[in-house]
Design a protein around this ligand. Sequence first.
Ligand SMILES: Cc1cc2nc3c(=O)[nH]c(=O)nc-3n(C[C@H](O)[C@H](O)[C@H](O)COP(=O)(O)OP(=O)(O)OC[C@H]3O[C@@H](n4cnc5c(N)ncnc54)[C@H](O)[C@@H]3O)c2cc1C
Length: 292
Amino acid sequence: MTVFNNIEILNNESLAKYTSIGIGGNADYFIKIRSKPDLYAAIEWAEKNSLPITVIGRGSKLLISDKGIRGVVLQLLGMDSMVIEDRFVYAEAGASLIRLANLTVSQGLRGLEWAIGIPASVGGAVTMNAGAYDGSISDCIIEVEVFNGTGFERLSNEQCQFDYRQSVFMQRPELIITSAKMGLVPDSRERLQEKVNLYKQKRAASQPMGRTCGSTFKKIGDVSPGEVLDKAGLKGYTIGGAMVSPAHANFIINKGNATCQDVLMLIEYMQETIFEKIGKMPELEIRVLGEF
Ligand SMILES: Cc1cc2nc3c(=O)[nH]c(=O)nc-3n(C[C@H](O)[C@H](O)[C@H](O)COP(=O)(O)OP(=O)(O)OC[C@H]3O[C@@H](n4cnc5c(N)ncnc54)[C@H](O)[C@@H]3O)c2cc1C
């Protein structure tokens, strides 16, 4: 471990433990960021050593290469403050989306109930434009603060170019999201809690157990990739340690010893199956990172 300006830089850190699917080789360097000064220090150190930077959140959408990620990986989970002022919410990038949703519901603010059950950080949720049921994070984002390599900048909702599970941050990984301002709507706590309970029940009934990175493919228009794969008999289909979930065919489960290569081969097979059945290629929702 190296220490530079109060930040601890871990060498050859295994990334599998930072992802919900439990897969991934090592990062050359890994830094847990707790504050903006930490972020400045990490960027200064990376620049001094001419190393590329990759930012991860809670790793719930990530499939990381078996060879890992070259350069420096930053995780901002220590920057996790959440402040509510009137109907506005200010959350740092590392804040848990589930905690934020619970907090806003308890304060009688509507707009994030759909997020209960999504194991995301705010930074990851903004990047992926996470959503479920009747909402997505883009519905309530007012502005997003980013570090753009030289300083901090605020992007309006429009500048974030949100679309279905998509944002400008996916095309511009050099932008590091540090916080987001959201606008919510006052509503009855009881009514919001009822909605949350309903979503929890729905999720418990449909979401597979096990190590996964959520939906593998985006919806294809109105077509659900999970239904196509289910009809094609792929539930339970396994390559190496990677299996199509027997509960939901759009989820891949790590049975314990899956490699990134197993998952990629399974993804290819699922993609080909969907193309064969409906003549359209599904788009990957999972984020694949690292050296190949
Ligand atoms: C059980 C389960 C259920 C899920 N259900 C849903 C669901 O209902 N709806 C849904 O939309 N998703 C769902 N997901 C997927 C996932 O939770 C979301 O995509 C989430 O938004 C990812 O957030 P994260 O913090 O884990 O980001 P990560 O997976 O760590 O990263 C995702 C992307 O964001 C980037 N990123 C993360 N933080 C920053 C930052 N601060 N600055 C710049 N870039 C950043 C990363 O580089 C990466 O490209 C589910 C996942 C699981 C495992």
